[in-house]
Design a protein. Structure first.
Ligand code: G6P
Length: 616
């Protein structure tokens, strides 16, 4: 949700900033802009639409400077206009700012500044913060020990309520950037006499793998030679430089037309990475290094609570099913955004897990903080090392699937399902699951990359089906038990990237309402795996067929469907219940991808969405 990049060094800043913005475009694509410090002042270019539009606009400017800031926007305050695009410039021309987040008290600050002669040319909260820094800069006496520029940023931020990741430049401070964060991610890339500050590692990985994950309340001051970090209260912070393990290749398309397709096909390898080194030597259970919780503590837990948003919430629902089914422990799965405000009574000894690919989703972060405030231990299933959620939880499990760039989550989701299944095994083996059942479960998990590969081989056939169904404007996705969340996920994927109305339902609930939608104009994607309720599932499809509904049936090998119930059949391998949700996800990912492509949609950057939602 908004991406920022700042560069200070020896190279031309504009080139590096635009390259960084392209890599961060998944965070928002309403407008883009950059500001560069030149010999004769500051040069700003900004334009609504994609970074491509900014590139065209930038040709009308002569960007020669080696210090600059840039932004790709997901609009919150103020419409999608050139004026509302970042960077903003203070009305006295002394401060320029890019911002990811929301300044909640911007109305009162704006009033204060207006009364003191500051003027505004946009509707944004960001321009208000920009002018607030300018106000402090103007009144800040030059302190021989402190840069007036950094001090004024700190002063302004002390009055700003809300969330921010910012990068600031001033024509009066050539070769300097001040950046700060609270509630929005910010990472410093440490190069050789050059520094990049960005919302995400993707923007800086082609320059350096050495990074500092800035923390909330920290302010970093960059010059081409050095950097220093302080708190808002001006205390020095000792920087810890980490090394990012993935390389720039992971953030490239590598011949695929879209990141979504690339990431769908990466899933066998991604799942291997999520499992690597995580099975016990006797091959009967899963082990995790980061839970910070011994078996005795684990046994005392009487309830698990899983929290997440969007696709991650669907992973919470599958984890709920598997933990209850195999570990026989009560589980609750909740939307993080609802949990944090619902004030639900919690008794006993629950253990919280938040699930988040980015580790920055503000609703999930809010729920985690609320659970911690109440004194509960919170762990995370998370893909982003150094993310805010990773830092604020008491431990957790990294997914290790590399960067996910496509806005619609694919490999991160199946990896979350896998980690959830491993966690269910871990807990089950501490309780009633036998050694033999544990070994069978582990073998099933180890086999999942191959099963996924086998479904991916059916991509050409799924594409044909997609082409036959791409013109429909309503879909139902139906499944039961552990595949009900996959029905939700299938419907979400389709609506996210193709803008087709789709609903996911537990199959048996169809007759309590959604059946009214069934007609030849509303196809149903129906999960019918081998199970003890197979016959009940078949009866539900018959109800659809009796009302002239079209059916795309996803079934497992060896199932015999009565003639005439399926207009299309996609067969997936018969597999262990713990891995069935993963294997069943692949056809609906492919189906929605090919339908969206057939409809000419921009699958990697669907309208109105952003990958990492850092506002409430
Ligand atoms: C956004 C994205 C979804 C994602 C959700 C949670 O809404 O568009 O694809 O599932 O955020 O993201 P997280 O990073 O917390 O998993």
């Amino acid at each position: 949700m908004c991406g920022i990049v700042g560069y200070v060094g020896r190279q031309k800043a504009a080139t590096i900033l635009i390259e960084g913005l392209k890599r961060l475009e998944y965070r928002g694509y309403d407008s883009a802009g950059l500001a560069v410090l030149q010999n004769d002042g500051i040069e700003i270019a900004k334009k609504t639409g994609r970074v491509g539009n900014l590139v065209k606009e930038a040709k009308h400017h002569r960007f020669t400077g080696t210090t600059g800031i840039s932004h790709t926007r997901w609009a919150t305050h103020g419409g999608v206009t050139d004026a509302n695009a970042h960077p903003h410039l203070s009305s006295d021309g002394k401060i320029s700012l890019v911002h990811n987040g929301v300044i909640e008290n911007y109305v009162s600050i704006k009033k204060f500044l207006s009364a003191r002669g500051y003027t505004f040319s946009s509707e944004t909260d960001t321009e208000v913060l920009c002018n607030l820094i300018a106000y402090h800069y103007a009144k800040e006496p030059a302190d021989p020990d402190q840069s007036r520029f950094v001090t004024s940023v700190r002063q302004a931020l002390r009055h700003a309520e809300g969330t921010y990741g910012i990068a600031v430049i001033s024509p009066e401070a050539p070769g300097e950037i001040v950046a700060a964060r609270k509630g929005s991610p910010l990472i410093l890339g440490v190069g050789d006499n050059e520094f990049i500050v960005a919302s995400d590692v993707a923007a800086l990985i082609s320059h350096t793998q050495n990074v500092v994950y800035l923390k909330d309340g920290e302010v970093v001051h960059l010059t081409p030679k050095d950097f220093s970090i302080t708190t808002l209260d001006q205390e020095d912070v000792e920087a810890v430089v980490d090394r990012v393990t993935w390389t720039v290749d992971a953030a490239e398309l590598n011949g695929h037309p879209h990141f979504m397709e690339k990431e769908i096909f990466e899933q066998p390898a991604a799942l291997e990475n999520s499992m690597r080194g995580r099975f016990s030597e006797d091959g009967s259970t899963a082990k995790f290094g980061g839970l910070n919780l011994g078996p005795v503590e684990f046994r005392q837990i009487d309830r698990f609570v899983f929290l997440g948003c969007g696709t991650a919430w669907h992973a919470c629902l599958v984890a709920e099913h598997l933990l209850e089914r195999f570990a026989r422990v009560p589980v609750e799965a909740d939307y993080a955004s609802e949990f944090r405000y619902r004030n639900s009574p919690l008794s006993g000894n629950p253990l919280f897990f938040v699930i988040s690919q980015s580790g920055e989703t503000i609703d999930t972060l809010g729920a985690l903080r609320e659970a911690k405030r109440k004194g509960y231990k919170v762990l995370a299933i998370n893909n982003t090392v150094g993310s805010t959620i990773a830092r604020e939880t008491d431990g957790g499990i990294y997914q290790h699937v590399g960067p996910e760039i496509g806005v619609a989550s694919t490999k991160a989701f199946t990896s979350q399902l896998l980690v959830g299944a491993m966690l269910a095994l871990h807990v089950a083996r501490m309780r009633d699951m036998s050694f033999a059942d544990g070994v069978e479960y582990v073998n099933a998990l180890k086999g999942v990359p191959d099963l996924v590969r086998r479904v991916l081989e059916q991509a050409p056939r799924i594409k044909e089906i997609a082409l036959r169904y791409a013109h429909y404007s309503d879909f139902l996705f139906l499944g039961r038990l552990s595949l009900f969340p996959i029905a939700l996920e299938g419907a979400l994927k389709l609506k996210e990237i193709s803008y087709i109305h789709a609903e996911g339902y537990p199959a048996a609930e169809m007759k309590h309402g959604p059946i009214a939608l069934i007609s030849e104009k509303c196809p149903s994607v129906f999960f019918v795996p081998k199970s003890e309720i197979f016959n009940k599932l078949v009866s539900s499809i018959q109800e659809i067929k009796a009302r002239n509904g079209k059916t795309i049936v996803i079934t497992t090998e060896g199932c015999e469907l009565p003639p005439g119930v399926a207009d299309e059949i996609i067969t997936i391998p018969d597999c262990h219940e713990a891995v069935l949700p993963i294997v069943a996800t692949i056809p609906v990912q492919l189906l929605s991808y090919y339908i969206a492509v057939a409809r000419g949609c921009d699958v990697d950057k669907p309208r109105n969405l952003a990958k990492s939602v850092t506002v409430e």
